[in-house]
Design a protein around this ligand. Structure first.
Ligand code: SAM
Length: 245
């Protein structure tokens, strides 16, 4: 099924994506649990443990496409409350939910919420110790631009980590996964968010995203060193790592 989204340009693509997240912001965390069967929690924990944030103050992470703050809160917890996280997202509705969650958790001093585009980061060069992005980069129309922005804002010695849906590398599991994404996910979207079509679009964006090896090459081309990745759940998700050396 193509849902007619195949040939949209960068601007239109961003508009479609924005539309999805404005609509679901309030129910976004529930949707995640339903659509991934809770697996997104394990994958996010894996990101944070690979990042291994130091347990000292002064260390700064930028979480791009950070939405409702899920990754940022996990990183702060792992740093025993020491890390400072800037949550950046293009969508004000997602950030509003995140800000509210930060207040509830008493994490105002550890967090900043910034509405901006991953392709144009409003920060000076060499600002952050780490850059994270989870299930966000495939929504960005020009991935190479986002990667070069990531490189620019990282300090020398800084770490890049990207969690994203990827190519399933287990026979059988890939079939089950296809069936799940093309029938169940839009249906869950229909029931919980009142519209399945935007989810069909998101599923399609997963299919078009480069596989593990090709994405690693893109990260290297953006000047990152020691680029590697780990697969989770048979490659349903992959975590790519790179360093600005
Ligand atoms: N990182 C969060 C998580 O893992 O739960 C949220 C992921 S959500 C699937 C994708 C997020 O990417 C949305 O909040 C959306 O607004 C954001 N986004 C899409 N395009 C973006 C862009 N060009 N720049 C920054 N954020 C963007």
């Amino acid at each position: 099924t193509s849902y007619g989204f195949k040939d949209v340009g960068a601007g239109e693509k961003q508009t479609l994506v924005n539309d999805v997240f404005h609509r679901v912001a309030g129910r976004y965390d529930l949707m995640n649990d339903l659509m991934s069967g809770g697996l997104h929690r394990l994958w996010k924990d894996a990101l944070v443990s690979w990042l291994n944030p130091p347990k000292r103050p002064g260390w700064k992470v930028l979480d791009v496409a950070g939405g409702t703050g899920d990754i940022a809160f996990r990183i702060i917890d792992a740093s025993h409350g020491n890390a400072h996280a800037t949550v950046l997202d293009i969508n004000g509705s997602m950030l509003a939910v995140g800000r509210e969650r930060a207040t509830k958790r008493g994490l105002e001093a550890n967090t900043d919420f910034v509405e901006a585009n991953a392709e144009e980061l409003p920060f000076a060069d060499e600002t952050f110790d780490a850059y994270t992005i989870a299930f966000g980069i495939r929504n960005v129309p020009r991935i190479e631009v986002a990667l070069s922005e990531a490189f620019r804002v990282l300090k020398p010695g800084g770490r890049f980590l990207c969690l994203e849906f990827s190519e399933v590398e287990m026979p059988l599991l890939d079939r089950i996964y296809e069936a799940w994404s093309f029938s169940a996910i839009p249906r869950i979207g229909q029931v919980v968010a009142g519209d399945g079509e935007p989810y069909a679009y998101l599923v399609e964006s997963i299919r078009k995203f480069p596989n593990q090896e090709n994405f690693a090459s893109m990260i290297s081309r953006a000047s990152f060193d020691r680029v590697t990745w780990r697969n989770y759940s048979g490659g349903i998700a992959a975590l790519h790592s790179g360093w600005k050396l």
